[in-house]
Write a new protein. Structure first.
Length: 269
């Protein structure tokens, strides 16, 4: 896997790119609130797949609550791996980098998110925002291992959720966009994992080379070492700068940055 901050920024980048560039599509015509909610969900969503590892940093986000949920996911992922692996697939545990690292999971997560937001914008949306804010903060502060980190992240997530919703309280969120954002975050995570050493079985259960859990990855020369110089000095800064630029461009498109006047952050749109 890539490091937490790279994963988090990649989720924000893909969300920003899609909303800034798909201006002819509904996803490129969101209200400021829908965009901000989506940005939080995509950033946090880019850490969601690693909840399948009970001892990972991300599983400690909300202390024993998220660790318990992570153990459940880990067990389920292991069971699905053992049930669906072929003789050519590795004889590994399969709990980590299994079910939650597939496009199938991204689609299910998107559908569940859309259904939850459709059910209740008033209650479900702030709860979802809170959870994904927590994942995003934990992802960015992946090396931080304080005594009360779960408590601090919980308080920070509540504050960030309240800020986001207060700043954009004039229009409602878009349930479908929320689902798309979580799906985008997951897919960004898979791409980040694919360019590291082990690849990512994102196309499960499509059999490739006789393997249902085929680790999709580019040629070796295009892969990077997790936390290595290439990631920290080249990939992470480029992803961060691009997501800031495209994020601001998308926000400008929603009408949220009137003070920029006639300055167009994406000159060709
Ligand atoms: Zn991963």
């Amino acid at each position: 896997m890539a490091t937490g901050p790279t994963h988090a920024m990649s989720g924000l980048l893909v969300w920003s790119a899609v909303t800034a560039l798909a201006t002819d599509h509904a996803i490129g015509q969101l209200s400021p609130r829908a965009w901000v909610v989506g940005a939080v969900l995509a950033t946090g969503g880019a850490l969601l797949p690693d909840l399948d590892h009970p001892s990972s940093t991300i599983s400690r986000t909300f202390g024993s609550i998220s660790q318990g949920f992570s153990s459940l996911l880990h067990g389920m992922s292991h069971g699905v791996y053992r049930l669906t692996r072929t003789r050519r697939d590795a004889n590994r545990h399969g709990g980590h980098r299994g079910l939650t690292h597939t496009v199938f999971f991204a689609v299910v997560a998107a559908i569940i998110t859309t259904s939850v937001v459709l059910a209740s914008q008033k209650w479900a949306l702030p709860v979802l925002m809170f959870v994904f804010c927590g994942l995003a903060i934990r992802g960015v502060l992946h090396k931080w291992d304080g005594r009360n980190d779960a408590l601090v992240i919980t308080v920070a997530s509540i504050a960030l959720t309240a800020l986001c919703l207060m700043w954009t309280d004039r229009t409602s969120a878009n349930a479908a966009a929320c689902g798309v954002a979580v799906g985008i975050g997951c897919v960004a995570h898979y791409l980040g994992d694919a360019i590291t050493e082990q690849g990512c079985p994102m196309l499960w259960p499509i059999p490739l080379g006789g393997k249902t859990w085929y680790p999709v990855a580019p040629p070796k020369i295009m892969r990077m070492r997790t936390g290595g110089t290439v990631e920290l000095v080249i990939v992470a800064p480029i992803i961060t700068l691009l997501s800031i630029w495209l994020g601001l461009a998308a926000l400008q498109h929603t009408g949220a940055l009137p003070f920029l006047g006639g300055v167009k952050l994406l000159p060709w749109t």
